[in-house]
Design a protein around this ligand. Structure first.
Ligand SMILES: [Zn+2]
Length: 565
């Protein structure tokens, strides 16, 4: 049975799909049903489904949708059924579907638009939600709405807060729902609410940057605060007794649950609330695809590192560099029926069938949890983060006893991983012998392909600032369009892509490090000079040369002060 993008196909259809895929590309003739999800892109897969049914395939349909048609439909029926009406021409209704074998779309739309002949085309699943989202009016509240909000008492709201419901009588519920659905729509990672001396506002973090703030009336600051606490079942009085409040709740966005991690601390003028959105629907955790579309050289180096039978693989990088997402993607590749994989995370980001996920509820749970792990016959252990001597020692012990351990630390460069373990109190030789790969990752903003601006070479000033050689004088590069366009929400950028640096610790390097013959920094320089393994600066410049990103984005996430060689 093939399981692709949340759709299951029965044995007969799966067989036919495999045949169609093989005809499309010889390389697909060899793969198993389980590998389809990881090896075939969504466009190729859906195009095959369309062809098998004699239908046309369009990867983009949102822009062709006449939103008046959507007004006649229930958005949650469309989202759950994965179909949408697009437009009417004479007596013909054009509709987009994802699964061409299901008939719900025709039945539902025939009753909504009687007397029309229905013509179907096939698109990808995410495009259906994009079409429905585009048409929905949720663009955040406007000033007039904000001013007219009445301040009253509210009742208990369910923990599973439906942010796409537009009928809330309670004004705080309506406002919060509006802000949150706008946040999900814009692929926001964090929502900030902040009280300052004379202002109260919220702001979204999108693609790593804080977007412009939206001012809210001062009179709402206590009400929103109390409403959010109420969502987590906490009494409003807790504000005056607790300095920091952590919590979690779930919102429902077109019937899709999204976990929210809530953090609030007191400030001089009031409070600062940060809500992290853990939108699993947007998580793309397949190596080589989406955000993790690494080049062949990087993928090869990564897969080689993953083959190491026992030892520690560490991914470093600042907060928000997507390091745990990459480790999760590695786990997905390592996940086989014959291996036992355990994870210890806070929170669990990506639930994979076949992997035992455990969430860490408090720091005290770490040690007993890992001790219990070690007795549960594991092969591979994912440890969310090494942050103290206790977790560092446990990672080393697990590696020494023959396990593969994947974990993260907060350091800027890959070579600093060894120093970080030393600072935590682990002897150099112990790290040198158990660490198998020191990696670093960054997320680099990708230019919007529809509006990027061409530049004839890099200026002398920029060449000096970023240590770029003379070949860049005439190198055509691109930069962001300041005004952006419709495709990129006026931002000039379209998502992010990951780049990594990998330092494998071979037996020879391990020996040299143990004896103190080379320092971790020497090692980094040596590997950079060899120029074979992926490195952050080189990968960043490669993407710049190919026109995928701009100098501003590269210099924001990579230390550009080192030389080009
Ligand atoms: Zn654009």
């Amino acid at each position: 049975m093939i399981d692709f993008d949340g759709f299951q196909f029965n044995d007969l259809i799966s067989k036919q799909i495999m045949q169609a895929l093989g005809e499309h590309d010889q390389a697909f003739a060899e793969i198993t049903h389980d590998q389809v999800q990881n090896r075939v892109t969504k466009s190729v897969f859906m195009a095959c489904l369309a062809k098998m049914n004699g239908l046309a395939f369009f990867p983009k349909v949102a822009e062709f949708c006449d939103s008046e048609l959507l007004d006649k439909c229930d958005p949650s029926t469309l989202t759950r059924g994965n179909f949408t009406p697009l437009c009417i021409h004479h007596q013909t209704l054009l509709i987009a579907v994802v699964d061409p074998w299901q008939s719900q779309a025709d039945e539902y739309l025939a009753s909504r638009f009687p007397g029309h002949e229905i013509v179907r085309i096939v698109t990808i699943k995410s495009e259906i939600s994009r079409t429905i989202e585009n048409a929905s009016a949720s663009a955040g509240p406007n000033q007039e709405q904000l001013e007219s909000i009445e301040v009253e008492d509210f009742e208990e709201f369910k923990k599973d807060f439906d942010v796409t419901n537009t009928e809330y009588d309670e004004p705080m519920a309506a406002l919060t729902a509006q802000i949150m659905s706008d946040a999900v729509k814009k692929r926001t990672s964090d929502i900030h609410f902040k009280v300052e001396k004379e202002s109260f506002y919220y702001a979204f973090r999108i693609n790593g940057d804080i977007a412009p703030r939206v001012e809210l009336p001062m009179k709402l600051k206590d009400r929103i605060d109390a409403f959010l606490l109420n969502l987590m079942g906490l009494p409003p009085e807790i504000r005056s007794t607790a300095i920091g409040i952590s919590g979690r709740f779930t919102i429902s966005y077109f019937h899709r649950p999204i976990d929210i991690r809530y953090e609030r601390h007191r400030t001089y003028r009031g409070y600062h609330i940060t809500m992290r959105l853990l939108d699993k629907g947007n998580l793309n955790v397949t190596l080589g695809k989406g955000t993790l579309a690494f080049d062949d050289e990087t993928l090869f180096a990564m897969r080689k590192v993953m083959k190491v039978p026992a030892g520690i693989i560490v991914m470093s990088g600042p907060t928000g560099s997507g390091k745990s997402t990459t480790l999760n993607a590695m786990l997905r590749e390592l996940n086989r029926p014959e291996v036992n994989i355990l994870t210890l995370e806070n929170p669990v980001e990506d639930e994979v069938p076949g992997i035992t996920h455990c969430d860490l509820r408090s720091a005290d749970e770490f040690k007993p949890m890992v001790s219990s792990f070690m007795r549960s016959d594991p092969d591979i252990i994912l440890m969310g983060e090494v942050r103290d001597i206790e977790s560092a020692e446990l990672a080393i012990e697990a590696a020494v006893t023959g396990h593969k351990v994947l974990t993260t630390v907060h350091t800027a460069r890959a070579s600093q991983i060894i120093e970080r373990f030393e600072q935590l109190g682990i002897e150099r030789w112990k790290i040198a012998q158990t660490l198998k790969a020191a990696c670093a990752q960054r997320l680099l903003k990708v230019l919007c392909p529809y509006c990027k601006v061409e530049l004839e070479g890099v200026s002398e000033y920029d060449r000096k600032t970023y240590n770029l050689d003379d070949s860049w004088t005439t190198q055509v590069i691109y930069e962001r369009n300041q005004d952006g366009c419709q495709e990129c929400n006026s931002s000039g950028y379209a998502g992010r892509t990951a780049i990594v640096e990998i330092i494998p610790i071979t037996p020879k390097i391990s020996d040299q490090l143990s004896k103190g013959e080379i320092s971790p920094y020497d090692l980094e320089i040596q590997i950079e000079a060899e120029g074979i393994l992926p490195n952050l600066r080189r990968s960043g410049l490669k993407l710049l040369k190919s026109g995928k990103t701009d100098l501003d984005a590269v210099s924001k996430v990579i230390d550009m002060s080192s030389d080009d060689h």
